[in-house]
Design a protein around this ligand. Structure first.
Ligand code: FES
Ligand code: FES
Length: 154
């Protein structure tokens, strides 16, 4: 049995039909073709699938699509303004905050939520905020530097 859900993603209305067991991550990727949301562990560990649900970071692999019926979501596709990168994306570009990029969408959205909550975090607060987002490439140093730069840019 399927169910129709309606939600706003990146300020655009969407409607889709899902099975009750469809995860939000799969719905975003396969149903809406928003493949910037990455899927790694599918167990809530790696943070690659992080999206913002009403402004708060959530693991989209742990949510069912039917649970977000009527919600407002932000995915990485919603950060840039046309060709212009979001300031956090620009800071990652400028400060080499990524290598393979697999973790990057989730970290960008986690950083966005952090800076909206705390516009001038300490390095310790940045590290704490991204502690649920695993990166196997960078060693985190440049990620922290990029988020610090984005905060400084205001
Ligand atoms: S894929 Fe969701 S936390 Fe790893
Ligand atoms: S840049 Fe490769 S996992 Fe983070």
């Amino acid at each position: 049995m399927t169910r129709t859900i309606r939600l706003h993603v990146n300020d655009r209305p969407y409607e889709g039909t899902v099975e009750p067991r469809t995860s939000l991550a799969d719905f975003l990727r396969d149903g809406l073709d928003l493949t910037g949301t990455h899927v790694g562990c599918e167990h809530g560990v790696c943070g690659a699938c992080t999206v913002l649900l009403d402004g708060e970071p959530v693991r989209s692999c742990l949510l069912l699509a039917i649970q977000v019926d009527g919600a407002r979501l932000t995915t990485v596709e919603g950060l840039a303004d046309g060709e212009r990168l979001h300031p956090i994306q620009q800071a990652f570009w400028d400060h080499h905050g990524l290598q393979c990029g697999f973790c990057t969408p989730g970290i960008l959205l986690t950083a966005k939520a952090l800076l909206e909550d705390n516009p001038h975090p300490t390095d310790e607060q940045i590290r704490e905020a991204i502690s649920g987002n695993l990166c196997r490439c960078t060693g985190y140093h440049f990620i922290v530097q990029a988020i610090r730069a984005a905060a400084a840019a205001g």
